[in-house]
Design a protein around this ligand. Structure first.
Ligand SMILES: O=P(O)(O)OC[C@H]1O[C@H](OP(=O)(O)OP(=O)(O)O)[C@H](O)[C@@H]1O
Length: 272
């Protein structure tokens, strides 16, 4: 999905897969300062983005970019012969020459380090208070749970709550979670937990997290993630009974049962 100044652009696809881009639609929506809102679905969307930006360049207008989910952001390091796809995706976007790039919930600082004139926004942090209120979170008893050190670092500004951290081991090649152990002092026999992280893909991290939390006495477990892919529901996250509710945004997912999906454009601070 690509929106220009708040209006979703329409694209047609030729039988051979090429895209027909409507320059008249772009021209009709263009202003002196423009915002392209980019929701990545597949690699073809990057090509569409390039066509739109190049067309706006021909009108000599200024264009900023909102990247709802940074493609390849999890490939923020390489092992063995794997290509550094995040670096090359960032290079592609830099080559398009945006005035500014805002990235929603990047997986790590590597994304913003690679992108020119970029900044990050974290809706998960902004939504935490709302999720706590809805779940009846009691700060004197309940815990936030960060599944790995990366998550703990990402949300290090969230202070004043009891926290537990996971120690996760993942097979880089297959993506399979080898183990996830819970680290921290649980000083109560019954508590609620909110798992906080940037993205849910296959859901293994969160199923394992919820298992460990339930074993430790959690009576309710909630998941708050910035990005959420459909695959998690095929993996039966909610059907497992381990997670009571998933709170996420619309950066990837359009709709799924059992989730509360909050439009990022409604979260103060992201687009201002
Ligand atoms: O739903 P899943 O398929 O389990 O994936 C979700 C997890 O994967 C990502 O971390 P990752 O393991 O890539 O963390 P790392 O970059 O710190 O290794 C993300 O931050 C979640 O913790």
């Amino acid at each position: 999905m690509i929106a220009l100044n708040g209006v979703r652009l329409t694209f047609k696809t030729f039988p051979n897969g090429e895209t027909l881009v409507d320059g008249g639609e772009i021209k009709g929506l263009a202003r002196e300062n423009n915002l392209l809102d980019f929701k990545y679905g597949n690699d073809g969307d990057l090509i569409k983005l390039m066509f739109v930006k190049k067309h706006l360049d021909e009108m000599q207008s200024k264009v900023s970019l909102l990247v709802r989910y940074m493609p390849y952001s999890r490939m923020d390091r390489t092992e063995g012969d794997s290509v550094f796809t995040l670096k090359h995706t960032a290079s592609f976007l830099n080559g398009l020459g945006f005035e500014e790039i805002t990235v929603v919930e990047p997986h790590s600082d590597v994304t913003t380090a690679l992108l020119d004139r970029s900044k990050a926004e974290y809706p998960t942090s902004l939504l935490l208070a709302r999720v706590m209120e809805e779940t009846g979170f009691d700060a004197s008893r309940d815990f936030l749970f960060f599944p790995d050190a990366g998550a703990q670092k990402r949300y290090s500004k969230v202070k004043g709550f009891k926290q537990l951290v996971g120690f996760k081991s993942r097979d880089f090649e297959t993506g399979e979670i080898r183990s996830l152990e819970l680290v921290g002092n649980i000083d109560t026999t019954e508590f609620k937990a909110i798992i906080v992280d940037d993205l849910c893909s296959y859901g293994g991290t969160f199923l394992r997290s919820a298992e460990r939390l339930r074993e430790a006495g959690a009576s309710e477990v909630y998941l708050l993630v910035g990005h959420c892919e459909d695959a998690v529901f095929k993996g039966d996250m909610l059907g497992s009974g381990l997670v009571d509710k998933v709170f996420t945004t619309d950066t990837i997912l359009d709709a799924a049962q059992g989730t509360e999906r909050i439009r990022i454009t409604e979260i103060g601070g992201i687009l201002s």
